[in-house]
Write a protein that binds this ligand. Structure first.
Ligand code: CTP
Ligand code: MG
Length: 181
């Protein structure tokens, strides 16, 4: 597979994992998942992880995956690269996995004394990818093996931090997010 094809497949296949965090920023708020509870004198997760954001983020990712599935044949023809459809299990794993990764990162951030909104370079950019990919590999192993070949995985690891930094700076400048990370 050439580099352009790997980038196209990586971006397409990861969109259902990329969009949930942004949807959570737009639609989030309300009751925090940890209900205000603390652990070791600090919030378990903090006010930045809410039920509404998590549900809305997951639902947006799944809806996007189903939309992309419908478009996959036409898109493959148009760009000359075979982009995948998303079985429902894969759609849910990528979207929910992205949200779960973000929640687990907040758990780690609070345990390491970082307040809500503090940056944790590396973790902030890749937490959601790792959990989304692991969950997809577990629930849809043959689909995962077909789509996420080594070149595609390599592109995901390089492309994701760049896209994450880019979209968060943009969201910050648009006033949608409190911090640019
Ligand atoms: N958000 C949400 N539910 C989630 C994830 C995000 O409601 N599961 C919303 C919150 O309003 C949150 C915003 O999206 O403040 C930005 O998300 P993020 O940067 O992940 O949270 P932070 O507030 O920075 O908190 P943390 O330090 O725990 O990451
Ligand atoms: Mg944050």
């Amino acid at each position: 597979m050439n580099l352009v094809a790997a980038v196209v497949v990586a971006f397409w296949a990861m969109l259902p994992a990329y969009v949930p965090n942004n949807a959570a920023v737009l639609f989030g708020g309300g009751r925090p998942i940890d209900g205000g509870r603390t652990w070791g004198g600090r919030r378990v997760l903090g006010d930045g992880k809410t039920w509404r954001g998590t549900v809305a983020g997951t639902a947006t990712g799944v809806a996007l995956a189903l939309g992309l599935s419908a478009l996959a044949p036409a898109a493959s023809d148009a760009v000359g690269v075979s982009v995948p459809r998303f079985p429902l299990a894969a759609a849910v794993a990528l979207s929910f996995g992205a949200m779960l990764g973000d929640v687990l990162a907040s758990l780690l951030k609070r345990r390491s004394g970082r307040e809500r909104g503090a940056a944790f370079p590396g973790l902030d950019q890749l937490d959601f990818v790792v959990v989304a990919l692991v969950l997809a590999a577990v629930v849809a192993p043959s689909w995962f093996g077909d789509v996420f070949t080594l070149p595609v995985l390599a592109v995901v690891v390089v492309l994701t931090p760049l896209l994450h930094v880019g979209t968060n700076v943009l969201a910050y400048q648009l006033g949608l997010k409190d911090e640019p990370w």
